[in-house]
Design a protein around this ligand. Structure first.
Ligand SMILES: [Fe+2]
Length: 352
């Protein structure tokens, strides 16, 4: 279960030169809006196809609607970090549905052939539903000369039979997450880990369970789980949620959060405790404030301001109110995370 306190063992985290984030699935898309901070976050959405000569005069390229990704309630990020000549790719969650994952990979022409590690942020279907097909697609994308082998699927060991929530007169259940057997059958080497650990030559760190310290971040109110005894019991902490962090050279920590059930401020505070003294630079993913009241939004933005991130990239379950709050209270920091958009963060002097 989540614990109080701020003690954390510092783990070695290798500095990286660049981080590229291809958003495969997010709730929202906005391929037209430009990054308001292109000097620090390059964002590209549209893909153009070459147009055969002669069809439309001198037009050389075509923008097709079928190349634009779709939105869906969930999150999936394809993350590649580079350090010198080394490069590693991580798939962070796989969105809610297999068809959505496959469609958006095809539309964005994302390259899954180099995915070595697949991280599941927590056991909730909007993050796990696409995993079986994602794993099959990673295996199918491997080139014959690839030395990468079977992808690792990194999960918290405590998979509930079902999760749901207390809706008052009834319990509303989610669909089950894929089982360990399904995931292994899809071609993963499943690693069940609840402690902090480095991955991919220590370019990334996967957190353990996140200490809960703020008074206003109380997990998932009314959350429940179905037990082997056939009962629904309260499960508000979602203690299995783990984040991923990397350290961009000269800039600081880049934090990847799935749904932020531990609280986005608790997550960033813990990232700083694990990060060996590096400052907080960017935070991307679900901040889970779509259902937060005004007091929680106010406390959360104050908490983030105190941690001094330069870039906030909220998506998925963040909600429009908090995105708006960021824009008002931290001008210039907002770079919304959109389905189908590719973001690049780079150390000074590094061309990507
Ligand atoms: Fe979520």
């Amino acid at each position: 279960m989540g614990t109080k306190g701020t003690m954390a063992v510092t783990h070695s985290l290798r500095e990286v030169d660049s981080v590229t984030i291809q958003v495969l699935v997010d709730n929202e898309l906005d391929p037209i809006s430009k990054s308001q901070n292109p000097a620090v976050v390059d964002a590209t959405s549209f893909r153009l196809r070459e147009l055969p000569a002669g069809d439309r005069g001198p037009a050389a390229m075509e923008m097709r609607m079928e190349d634009i990704c779709c939105g869906a309630h969930g999150l999936s990020l394809l993350i590649t970090a580079t350090a010198g000549a080394a490069s590693h790719t991580l798939l962070f969650d796989a969105g809610p549905e297999e068809d959505v994952f496959e469609r958006n990979v095809a539309r964005s022409r994302a390259d899954l052939s180099t995915v070595e590690h697949v991280h599941l942020s927590h056991w909730h279907r909007d993050h796990s539903g696409g995993l079986p097909r994602a794993l099959r697609m990673v295996n199918a994308a491997r080139t014959p000369d690839s030395a990468l082998g079977t992808p690792v699927l990194d999960v918290h060991p405590d998979r509930p039979i079902y999760r749901g929530f207390n809706a008052g007169p009834f319990v509303a259940s989610l669909e089950a997450d894929p089982t360990f057997a399904e995931l292994e059958g899809a071609g993963a080497r499943v690693v069940r880990e609840k402690e902090t650990h480095g991955i991919l030559e220590d370019m990334f760190l996967v957190s353990g369970e996140v200490p809960r310290n703020t008074a206003y971040e109380v997990g998932f109110p009314r959350g429940m789980r179905f037990t082997e005894a056939g009962e629904w019991v309260p499960d508000e902490l979602i203690a299995d949620e783990r984040f991923v962090v990397c350290n961009l050279k000269g800039k600081g920590l880049v934090v990847f959060a799935g749904c932020s059930h531990p609280g986005i401020v608790n997550i960033c505070t813990h990232a700083l405790a694990l990060g060996g003294g590096a400052p907080l630079y960017a935070v991307i993913g679900g901040f889970h404030l779509a259902d937060g009241d005004a007091a929680k939004l106010s406390a959360s933005i104050q908490g983030l301001q105190e941690l001094k991130p330069k870039i906030l990239m909220p998506g998925h379950c963040t909600g429009w109110r908090f995105k708006f709050t960021i824009e008002q209270e931290m001008p210039g920091a907002l770079v919304p995370c959109f389905s189908g958009t590719r973001y690049t963060l780079a150390a000074d002097g590094v061309e990507v």
